[in-house]
Write a protein that binds this ligand. Structure first.
Ligand code: SF4
Ligand code: SF4
Length: 135
């Protein structure tokens, strides 16, 4: 096919359409995976906080940093109706004093950070290795 002909232009258009379609499909797959991760994370935190308190205490002992009030954790799967957004990019919770334990303790571990697209300012250190005493 000679470049510049009607047939080559049509082929180019078709290819760019197919590429756009593929990009959109990939984006949809990535979004679906992200939302599945969020759903799984919500359930995991619920179970851990309710039934695995010791594990939660241990996990939180490895957490460092402070909340920057980005509010991303209040939009996991859906936007919480109590979330208030401000002009400077920060957010506040409309029921801060009474917010659920799951909100108070987010993030529990590194995996939770994968649900907020990199905006959370908390981070986690490695678990210290226990050295066995030589006998
Ligand atoms: S209750 Fe408050 S802290 Fe919890 S998700 Fe809603 S706005 Fe965020
Ligand atoms: S995502 Fe992290 S930094 Fe942002 S509001 Fe939630 S806990 Fe705070």
């Amino acid at each position: 096919m000679r470049p510049g002909t009607a047939a080559s232009r049509a082929a180019l258009r078709r290819r760019s359409f197919e590429e756009r379609l593929a990009a959109r499909r990939n984006q949809a797959v990535e979004d679906a995976k992200f939302r599945a991760r969020q759903a799984h994370g919500k359930l995991r935190r619920f179970v851990r906080i309710r039934f695995k308190k010791e594990e939660v205490v241990e996990a939180l002992s490895l957490r460092r940093g402070d909340c920057n009030r980005c509010g991303e954790c209040c939009e996991i799967l859906f936007k919480c109706p109590f979330l208030k957004k401000h002009g400077d990019g920060t957010t506040t919770c409309g029921i801060y004093e009474d917010r659920p334990t799951q909100c108070r303790l987010f993030p529990l571990d590194r995996r939770d950070l994968n649900e907020v697209r990199g905006t959370c300012s908390f981070y986690f250190i490695e678990k210290p290795i226990k050295l066995e005493r030589a006998s």
